[in-house]
Design a protein around this ligand. Sequence first.
Ligand code: 3HC
Ligand code: NAI
Length: 698
Amino acid sequence: MSVVKHRILDEIALIEVSNPPVNAISAAVRIGLLETIEELSLDEKILAIVITAPERTFLAGADIKEFGKKIDAPILGNICDKIESLNKIVVASLHGTPLGGGLEVAMSAHYRIAAPNTKVGLPEVLLGILPGAGGTQRLPRLCGVSMALDMMLTGKHVPAKKALEAGIIDVIAKNNSTIDNGIEYAKKLIKDGFKPRPTSQMEDKISDKQEISNSLIKIKETASKKYKNLFSPHAIIKSVEEGLKLNFPEAISNERKLFEECIQSPQRQGLIHSFFAERANTKVPELKDGKPIELKKIGIIGGGTMGTGISMAAMNAGLDVIMIEQNDEAIEKAKTKINATYDRNVKLNRINNEQKLEIMSMFSATTDFNELKDRDLIIEAVFENMDIKKEVFSKLNRICRKNCILATNTSYLNVNEIATVVDDPIRVIGLHFFSPANIMKLLEIVVAEKTSTDTVATAFDLAKKMRKVPVRSGVCDGFIGNRILSKYLVSTYHMVEDGASPFHVDKVIRDFGCAMGIFQVIDLAGGDIGWATRKRKAPFRHKDDRYVEIPDRVCEKGWFGQKTSKGYYLYGENIDFLTPNPEIEVICEQERKRAGITPKKFDDKEILDKYIAAMVYEGTKILSEQIALKPSDIDVVFTNGYGFPRWRGGPMKYADMIGLDKILKNILKYSEEDPRFWSPPKLLEDLVKQNKNFDSLN
Ligand code: 3HC
Ligand code: NAI
């Protein structure tokens, strides 16, 4: 069946595009659209053409799957130019999310009517590209350069009302019936004598050259800092700035040239990988049959860092929360923290005071576990200690309803073991939130041996309600994220003991694009947390395992990072950001001497190679053990929970892009020095042998 149909209704031709799920503008849509437009352009009886896509949404943009492939079909830009040049009135009747190429088609129409539910945007920047079908030229003509650049640089969705005020659309319809809206509007335009109105000829909003030049200076200054690692934001600004100095067809071909450059950029590959990875993460086997239970009332055990954050995430999702703490003092502390967070949100105008009170009315706290009787789901966030967790779960087993889901927020502990104290372990699951839990997007959903599919489905449903990015993980020490983190932490300690400076390591990681360096992260999380884990694992350490004591020496001095104002860096009111603690280098030198190591120099490449190799090494093991179901899940964990640059796609995608043979070669080299730590993973060797990449496992 054709993806583009049309019918003639007297003097109006109605075009209907149907390419589920989101009416992406695939090759078939482009071919159908162009053929239809050409056919209709020859019919003199037709006075107006209405373009619609009546199902879920108006065209949501180009078909992202086609990028980078050679496809024999007309390019969208040419179709837009053709639409604009028609000597009949063209109306785009919008609803849903006309984004990217979808909005570009709409802007090449002569008039735009939008259903009240419409949100428009040019989010190409989020995919590492620029609007390549006239968007960088037509949007400034409709809403002015500043707003157009703001939309194109952030990719934000603009609701109908704001789009109307800005001039992007002409009218908001009364309802969401996109076909009727378009036809009625076209009839009115014909009746009132309106003529075709090409956006390319609108000069009003781009006529004040001085004002535009001033705002471009400011925008470029901000962009040079904000998007310093990125390619496409600067290409967008360039296309707008240069386009204003050219005639329209020249500006369009300049935009096309810049678009092609973006398409060739590895950042486009990384970002598009992230886009699809963040949709593939919810495709897990348990969701095929699992039915979520209805969630309204939640219990949170523990009101510390995580308990308070998770409570707020739950309340923000409209869930009623009862928190359990050990004593009144701890309750007060938790309440004060939650209250202060919402007060800050009020102060920053994110919510108003009424909304704050409404949210706070969903919260109560007590020391009495019996209050949890009516809860649908419990999330435990007490100290990271197996005995304490088991004691809590035993109580929950006794008190909670039999179908209440019991989740633990443990970072490392064995969820199977925790489940042993519950009569019906099918309802036990790990829900590993990240700090601050009310902000961080990632949620690892840890499926234990006996967890039921309904429990898993409920966890994914909770993630959706909380607007988290869920990733399914199996049970192992640290699950996906912290297990990989542990590997590259230890590998970094090796490097530091061998001679690398922690501050050099951090700089290399930041320059690579990560939000923070490794030692910055330790200071933020608190060095004591890792110290406790190292002590816990000490009895299981093999005598031949290399163990670096530098971080222990730092902790023994009480330097836990930000919370003690001193860690690898110094903190305080008059201290510059990223000021190294000078005593760290002294400790490193002493420890190298003690271990009998002659320090060597590390260059940036060596540091980065080892960091990536350690991530990919552990990632590969996690895949072989089916802790992660697919490489893209590991990527989602790192881009959403560990500050790995999204535009590099995640560690596994990055490995694919630089070549798995190179990573394996490095691992083999490292294994010569330390075969216990670096024995090459079989899966990686197999992939290299078969000339395959991680993407082949997605
Ligand atoms: N191309 C191909 N597939 C797309 C797509 C696109 N542009 N947009 C969405 N999809 C797919 C998704 O991968 C998903 O597939 P799946 O069901 O197999 O996982 C399905 O459509 C539904 O998507 P969502 O789960 O994201 O559905 P939502 O309802 O939550 O969101 C949306 C809908 C707001 C349209 C969101 O999908 C979205 O933001 N899409 C991307 C829009 C975009 O970036 N457009 C610009 C494209 S680039 C362009 O147009 C270039 C031009 O300038 C030349
Ligand atoms: P925390 O020390 O800040 O808070 C723990 C709270 O639990 C304390 O307020 C304590 O009073 C309370 N508590 C202890 N035993 C209790 C009991 N029997 N009944 C009721 N309350 C009890 O610890 P944090 O950081 O919140 O960690 C909690 C859990 O979350 C741990 O398992 C940790 O590994 C995990 N986690 C921590 C992250 C972090 O960044 N802090 C990130 C992700 C998980």
